[in-house]
Design a protein around this ligand. Structure first.
Ligand SMILES: Nc1ncnc2c1ncn2[C@@H]1O[C@H](COP(=O)(O)OP(=O)(O)OP(=O)(O)O)[C@@H](O)[C@H]1O
Length: 618
């Protein structure tokens, strides 16, 4: 929990210190009250006291109470502010950190856990800051101060308070020993429930199609019951805590008065009034000591969960992606549009066996290099090394003559137009999806925006607005969107949509078909005007005619752009300048279609399974 405080802004630290001052003020006022109470008691007991004197002392008590109230309000206000702005910053930082993650980091954390870590975990930290943080300071200050106030005011009463304190501490120790491990488990169980819910929602169609609702429900019920069971246990234990504490508190009050009654009975008439007043004061201070323990108990309720959450949030924030950015921003000797693999070996993190071995080829500027091979032969794995989703285990991948590990990652990816195997659409419009690469990249400024100040929050909003849906594309940009759409053979269906290029795209592109998504995804890559276009099996959802039309358009419209194409269909890649045939992560052949038909049995087998004898002869 302490380590996460390094993300507090200066303003928040200032507010925290101010709250601390107000807390000390509140304690001061609270501990002054018994003194006035003692005065009032004396006045009431002393024959001949005037009502106005009692009113005066009572008035002072009221003022002191008001002072305490105002301090409490100030503390509550500042702590709520700190809690809200700090958690906002943590969420933003986590979001940006996750954006820098590659597949390796995503595999390590899992999507569900990352969602819990930036929502539920941050909320636990916020609750602790708002409700528990100042108690950490308030409880000991109040306890020690109150002990000083009662020191020397009666050995018997002090003994009674000491015994009550020991009983309280014993109760608290038992309760904490019972609940802390459960609190730790609770966040993991929340991850679990998120994971099951997420899987169910994303796979809803399959669940329905296979009538697997019961199975899914059982899985969810199990996760839900586990979480509920743990929550019930901790809540029950904590529910017992308060009555126990109150019993001890009331027991102590009773003991003080009981002891007082004996002492007063044994004292002489002159001392009785002083003793009585001392007893009232002592009892008030003793209650303050016990209250300090009650506050500590509250801290112990909130702290363990917040501490676990802080560790989980820090785990994300402290993770440095395996793929680290280099510094090169231009190609070697002005080279442009070349991609070369030099004896590349690649092993997936946590895998024992290399997935790719001995891969070498070079794509010159403007050339088309295609990759074909059976399912699982490593085509996607190979292509993923170019944008550095993973790094090679051995050998080199060079873009424009520079090792991809030396490239500044942004500069490298700016040169590439990547079309993934599964198209991804974002909520927005057709145009905003196609022009996605034109958005300003997230700026370092955002990370530093101090959201604890009004100025910082305004700045953050401006930056968010600048990077949100680019509704206002310039005419030139809109022209580029249309051109990219034409190359990807998307214009026809887009123009038939309600709103044309401004037609809305639902979350995950659920209002367009698989083939349409694929075409928009291709348009998005073309729009960037990259040096290298990478198609990871991107033509598979297209019909043969569209596949052909897209490739023809690319030939005429994307001249000089290097194309790396992963494909299942021979027809898609037949005219490539070079075809690399993969078999179980090794190169089985490299050459043109005609060459490979003669020299590569694996390629010949694939070709024979897809083409007619006439096509093969042609
Ligand atoms: N993230 C990963 N971690 C570990 N192994 C992986 C990972 N992704 C893929 N693999 C393994 O790498 C192998 C090659 O997968 P890859 O996706 O590169 O094949 P592919 O040739 O593109 O197949 P397809 O044509 O079906 O898309 C597979 O055996 C797969 O199990």
């Amino acid at each position: 929990m302490l380590r996460i405080s390094r993300y507090l802004s200066k303003m928040e630290i200032g507010q925290l210190l101010l709250s601390l001052v107000f807390t000390v003020g509140q304690i001061f006022f609270d501990l002054r009250l018994p003194d006035y109470m003692s005065q009032v008691t004396k006045l009431v007991e002393t024959p001949g006291s005037r009502m106005s004197d009692i009113w005066k002392e009572g008035g002072k008590m009221l003022l002191i109470s008001m002072g305490s109230l105002l301090c409490a309000i100030a503390v509550g206000y500042f702590m709520a502010r700190i809690g809200a702005s700090f958690s906002q910053r943590l969420r933003s930082l986590e979001f940006r950190k996750v954006e820098s993650f590659g597949p390796a980091e995503m595999d390590r954390f899992s999507t569900a856990s990352l969602i819990t870590r930036s929502t539920n975990d941050v909320t636990q930290i916020q609750i602790f800051i708002t409700m528990g943080l100042l108690m950490v300071f308030r409880a000991p200050i109040m306890g020690v101060w109150a002990v000083f106030k009662i020191a020397g005011k009666g050995a018997d009463w002090t003994w009674a308070t000491g015994i009550a304190t020991v009983i309280l501490m014993a109760f608290m120790a038992i309760i904490m020993a019972l609940v802390i491990p459960k609190f730790k488990a609770m966040q993991k169980l929340t991850d679990n429930i998120n994971q099951v819910a997420r899987e169910n929602l994303t796979g809803l169609r399959v669940v329905r199609a296979y009538n697997a609702e019961d199975y899914q429900e059982k899985k969810f019920d199990k996760a839900n019951d586990e979480l509920t069971g743990t929550q019930l246990f901790t809540t029950r234990v904590i529910a017992v805590m308060m009555p126990l504490m109150n019993t001890v508190m009331n027991g102590l009050s009773l003991s003080i008065y009981w002891i007082g009654a004996y002492l007063i009975k044994a004292a002489g008439a002159m001392d009785r009034l002083t003793l009585f007043s001392n007893m009232v004061v002592f009892s008030s201070y003793a209650m303050q000591v016990i209250s300090a323990f009650l506050l500590l108990a509250m801290v112990f309720v909130l702290w363990p969960r917040a501490d676990v959450s802080a560790q989980r949030v820090l785990e994300v924030l402290d993770t440095e992606p395996i793929v680290r950015s280099g510094s090169v921003t231009t190609g070697k000797n002005g080279e442009s549009g070349t991609v070369e693999f030099r004896n590349v070996q690649f092993t997936y993190p946590r895998a024992r066996k290399p997935m790719l071995e001995g891969i070498s080829f070079k794509a010159e500027r403007g050339q088309t290099v295609a990759f074909i091979g059976s399912t699982g032969s490593g085509k996607s794995s190979l292509i993923n090394l170019v944008p550095r989703f993973y790094d090679v285990s051995d050998g080199q991948v060079l873009v424009d003559g520079v090792d991809v590990r030396d490239w500044d990652v942004q500069a490298l990816r700016d040169r590439l137009g990547y079309v993934p195997q599964q198209s991804v659409m974002f909520k927005g419009t057709v145009a905003s999806n196609v022009s996605y690469g034109a958005k300003p990249e997230h700026s370092e400024d955002v990370e530093l925006a101090d959201t604890s100040t009004a100025e910082g929050r305004r700045h953050e909003l401006e930056l968010i607005a600048a990077s949100s849906d680019n509704v206002g594309l310039t005419d030139a940009q809109m022209e580029d969107v249309r051109k990219a759409g034409q190359v990807a053979q998307a214009s026809e269906f887009v123009e038939r949509m309600d709103g044309g290029w401004q037609a809305p795209i639902a979350q995950s592109g659920s209002n367009v078909s698989g083939g349409q998504k694929q075409r928009l995804s291709i348009a998005r890559a073309v729009y960037r005007k990259p040096e290298v276009l990478i198609f990871d099996d991107s033509f598979s959802a297209l019909d043969f005619k569209t596949d052909r039309a897209v490739r023809d358009a690319l030939k005429t419209q994307a001249v000089g752009v290097t194309k790396l194409i992963v494909a299942q269909r021979i027809g898609t890649i037949m005219d490539a300048d070079t075809i690399v045939v993969l078999d179980d992560g090794r190169v089985a052949g490299v050459g043109t279609h005609d060459e490979l038909l003669k020299t590569c049995p694996v390629y010949k087998e694939i070709a024979q399974s897809q083409l007619s004898p006439e096509e093969l002869e042609a």
